[in-house]
Design a protein around this ligand. Structure first.
Ligand code: ADP
Ligand code: F6P
Length: 319
């Protein structure tokens, strides 16, 4: 393999730039020619491909978003779309591809590998929902963004003695809500991986008030229901006045945390090493603080395992 390429795809995540930088610099260091593909799989189909140099990725390690831009590309889900992509890669002499993105992007990488282009998936999504890796790039930064928001909302909740519901992203996964809720001292956390009973939530809120609690913070993962819906349900059940805060896309932005920059650098470099060994259909990840590579197909088998002990702990600590 002489020439490889890198793209970012799906929802952007803080630290994607650090991963792009690592792929380009490690690739050149290891003797590859490295190209960048703009706008994810859409740009690949359209041939938005440029050669990279060491300096092309200067001054980006601290920047959020992705300098390569991202896209959701319905055409790539079709065989015809993927054949166009393969033709573009062949035209540019690209023999291996690093895909930085989430679960959907990994599925695309798997399909492309089946068409004879060795692909390596680098997990980057604030949702932390990729099976086989303890952490994805962007999760730590988003977590700290959410914690910061909870802290700020707590100030006003205390001042006005109010109950707040904060809606957190995560698609179908509860990791971001659970970690942020625990770290932010939320009274109640709702995640898709655990059943929640409205009566129980109301009882907890009322017993807190009974013991003199002046305010409450409820964190709800978007995969459970919207904060507005939840507020309506609680109001119907308990007649409580509630304020709602939907954090939205602010969770996806910002300068990556130190931890995200470090794992992005490690993951990007490992992806290049895997291509150097002529291997494709591989995912990069981290388990027990060690960078690992594993079978990309295994990402799609079964569901990601969330630590429900942490959920129980959050309940014990928030009484
Ligand atoms: P993320 O990678 O953040 O999970 P998406 O789910 O939107 O984001 O996936 C990103 C892109 O990956 C999609 O727009 C599509 O182009 C491609 N993709 C997703 N699923 C598949 C699939 N099953 N087959 C081929 N390509 C896919
Ligand atoms: O996957 C990242 C994510 O931010 C999810 O948490 C969220 O559900 C989704 O992307 C939002 O997608 P969009 O940016 O297309 O609105």
């Amino acid at each position: 393999m002489k020439k490889i390429a890198v793209l970012t795809s799906g929802g952007d995540a803080p630290g994607m730039n650090a991963a792009v930088r690592a792929v380009v610099r490690k690739g050149i260091h290891d003797g590859f020619e490295v190209s960048a593909i703009y706008n994810g799989y859409q740009g690949l189909i359209e041939g938005k491909i440029v050669d990279m140099e060491l300096g092309s990725v200067g001054d980006i390690i601290h920047r959020g978003g992705t300098i390569l831009r991202s896209a959701r590309c319905p055409e790539f889900r079709t065989v015809e779309g993927r054949e166009k992509a393969v033709a573009q890669l062949k035209r540019h002499g690209i023999e291996g591809l690093v895909v930085i993105g989430g679960d959907g992007s990994f599925r695309g990488a798997y399909e492309l590998t089946k068409l004879g282009i060795p692909c390596v998936g680098v997990p980057a999504t604030i949702d932390n929902d990729i099976k086989g890796t303890d952490f994805t790039i962007g999760f730590d930064t988003a977590l700290n963004t959410v914690i910061d928001a909870i802290d700020k909302i707590r100030d006003t909740a205390t001042s006005h003695e109010r109950t707040f519901i904060i809606e957190v992203m995560g698609r179908d996964a509860g990791d971001l809500a659970l970690w942020a809720g625990l770290a932010g001292g939320a009274e109640t956390i709702l995640i898709p991986e655990a059943d929640s009973d409205i009566k129980d939530i109301v009882e907890r809120l009322e017993s807190g008030t009974g013991r003199g609690k002046k305010h409450s913070i409820i964190v709800v993962a978007e995969g459970v229901m919207s904060a507005t819906e939840l507020a309506k349900v609680i109001k119907e059940e308990a007649g409580m006045e509630i304020r709602v805060s939907v954090l939205g896309h602010v969770q996806r932005g910002g300068s990556p945390s130190g931890r995200d920059r470090v794992i992005a650098s490690q993951f990007g470099a490992r992806a290049v090493e895997v291509l150097k060994e002529n291997r494709g259909g591989v995912a990069i990840g981290m388990q027990n603080h060690k960078v690992i590579d594993y079978d990309l197909q295994s990402v799609f088998e079964g569901s990601e395992h969330l630590d429900l002990k942490m959920f129980d702990l959050s309940k014990q600590l928030s009484i």
